[in-house]
Design a protein around this ligand. Structure first.
Ligand code: NAD
Length: 563
């Protein structure tokens, strides 16, 4: 059918891209039908006549020889024709299974359009439907039955030089709760973004789901559920399972960094704390979110001509994300000269029981540093009126919790209030971008967790910033790949946040942005990676030797689709 394009730009492409065939055969180790069935080496109809002869695939492909751009257009045309985002997710998933280079070419061609398909929000629906859309394996499921043999299961993975493991136990998948073994969509999607945004070579990535059971009754009753139907492991059996997993990773993939992903709050913090000083590991929900939150505030205060320590912060929602941002923000204030106690005193938490004060009984350990010696306040509105924050960050999952009254109060507290409703998805956002502009008389400096359409305000159009963790984790990943640090100290996330915020231009800020445009994610990630790599080298925790040019090292390591 592509012959129909005769006379169009498409048929002229082979001449313009005349040498693509020569590039296509690099890294090819297989031959014949095996080659076409290997997604890592297959290039489909892009193989030239000579390559088809050399590789023993003459006759196994349709006769047409497609230029890479035409092959990409064909995939995009299929994607555009599909009725739903879940259908597009499945198409992308199939594409990854048959031609990995093409998968990444399409994804990287328009990350703003395709990241929401491959990752949030569509991946949430994909996890819920995983038992119905599952086709081919892309990662490892390690189950409670594998106790005592986890290292053997890891050895079943076909690649030997694994550098990145994203692992979930499926208990808190996005805002969707326990998805058990079906949480696998998250590590797969996240690792695709490591590759697309920072060029982590895909063969070095390994998605893992620890299937330790599920408490999700709907899944347990679903005949298509793909996990083991047991109660979730708890307490000591859970802890020793995780211990065995970490030990096995050290043995089988000694250079791998472990990224903990979508663990429930009651496990996320203890697991992060147990291993952060022992092995190269981090938790993106806590530390990546914190860095992106801090970066947004750093941009905002820079253009306001103020310092972070000039602000009074209120965090509405004191779970992993809220407390994580408060902790990292405090580190930044310490760098500005405050004591840690003074920094904590500038952060106020509000949770489901109201203002977090030192008079509370049974306060979680994580909230204690931020508990103020203050009379209890149950009402959020009253807390905003009393504390008078200049920065309000929402990580509560309570839709529209930032009421018009609260937004107006924020505008009375300070000339340019910083308001970040970070809860995802949009249906859980604490306020919309339009509401934030409307009820602060356009003075707001805004960023949200989920994307919002541009806002029209008094003849101007503002672009709401999205505080997407993708600004941070691929960059941290590339810095880790380049330096092989022993551990990932908290300071790395401050470095990443500073580097990210410094990339925002005055012109972008005036259009409403506190992060660089997402369309520039690849170049943004590599610049942030460079700064974090410099930090790893200079702080003496890198196993790799510092080269003359860290910039050149990062550029050289960054993977591109091989044709
Ligand atoms: P979590 O479950 O650890 O925390 C949620 C917190 O909100 C809990 O402490 C809960 O007590 C609190 N809460 C619930 N009801 C409340 C109420 N009525 N008033 C005040 N607080 C209330 O979850 P999390 O990992 O901290 O994530 C929270 C939200 O932040 C999610 O929607 C998540 O999608 C979002 N998030 C966004 C980003 C991002 O945009 N970059 C990153 C991480 C998390």
């Amino acid at each position: 059918m592509w012959q129909n394009y005769e006379g169009s730009d498409y048929v002229r492409l082979p001449r313009r891209f005349g040498n693509f065939g020569a590039m296509a055969t690099t890294h090819i180790t297989k031959r014949g039908f095996d080659l076409l069935r290997d997604p890592r080496e297959n290039r489909g109809t892009v193989f030239t006549h000579q390559e088809r002869i050399d590789l023993g695939i003459v006759g196994l492909l349709p006769p047409v020889i497609s230029p890479p751009e035409l092959q990409m257009s064909r995939a995009e045309m299929h994607l555009d024709a599909l009725p739903t985002d879940l259908d597009r997710y499945v198409y992308f998933s199939d594409l990854q299974d048959r031609n990995e280079a093409l998968f990444y070419r399409v994804l990287m061609h328009d990350p703003v359009k395709y990241m929401p398909i491959v990752y949030t929000p569509t991946v949430g629906l994909a996890c819920q439907q995983y038992g119905r859309i599952y086709r081919r394996p892309k990662g490892l499921w390690i189950t409670a039955d594998h106790r005592g043999m986890i290292r053997d299961v890891l050895r079943n993975w076909p690649e030997r030089d694994v550098r990145f493991i994203v692992v979930t136990d499926g208990e808190r998948i996005l805002g969707l709760g326990d998805q058990g073994a079906q949480g696998m969509g998250i590590p797969i999607g996240k690792l695709a973004l490591y590759t697309a945004c920072a060029g982590i070579p895909p063969q070095m990535t390994l998605p893992i789901t620890l299937d330790v059971g599920t408490a999700n009754e709907t899944l347990l009753e679903d005949p298509f559920y793909i996990g083991t139907r047991i109660e979730r492991l708890k307490g000591e059996p859970y802890d020793s399972f995780i211990d065995e997993f970490v030990d096995a990773v050290q043995e089988v993939f000694p250079h791998a960094c472990i990224q903990w992903e979508d663990f429930a709050n009651h496990h996320a913090v203890p697991v992060l704390d147990r291993y952060r000083e022992q092995v190269c590991s981090f938790n993106d929900d806590i530390q990546g979110t914190a860095a992106v939150g801090v970066a947004g505030v750093l941009s905002a205060v820079r253009f306001k001509g103020e310092r972070v320590s000039d602000q009074r912060f209120m965090f509405f929602g004191a779970g992993s994300a809220g407390v994580g941002i408060a902790e990292l923000m405090s580190l930044v204030m310490v760098e500005e000269g405050l004591s840690i106690e003074e920094a904590h005193a500038r952060c106020w938490l509000v949770d489901s029981q109201g203002l977090v004060t030192s008079h509370r009984h049974g306060l979680a350990e994580t909230k204690r540093p931020f508990a103020h010696d203050h009379a209890p306040i149950d009402s959020f509105e009253e807390a905003v009126q009393t504390v008078k924050p200049t920065v309000l960050i929402g990580t509560s999952t309570i839709h529209n919790a930032f009421t018009p009254t609260i937004l107006r109060t924020m505008a009375q507290n300070t000339p340019r209030p910083i308001i970040f409703p970070y809860s995802n998805p949009t249906s859980k956002s604490e306020c919309s971008a339009q509401d934030a502009y409307d009820h602060t008389d356009g003075t707001v400096i805004f960023a949200s967790g989920s994307p919002f359409p541009p806002v029209a305000w008094k003849g101007n159009t503002y672009i709401p910033s999205q505080g997407n963790n993708v600004y941070i984790f691929p960059a941290i990943g590339m810095a880790v790949l380049a330096t092989r640090p022993r551990i990932i100290p908290e300071q790395a996330f401050v470095v990443a946040a500073r580097a990210l915020s410094e990339l925002v231009t005055q012109e972008e800020f005036e259009r409403g942005l506190v992060y660089p445009p997402l369309a520039k994610i690849r170049e943004t990630s590599l610049i942030v990676a460079e700064r974090v790599a410099e930090y790893f080298f200079d702080s003496g925790i890198a196993h790799a030797h510092k080269p003359a040019s860290v910039h050149a090292l990062i550029q050289q390591l960054s993977w591109h689709p091989p044709y």
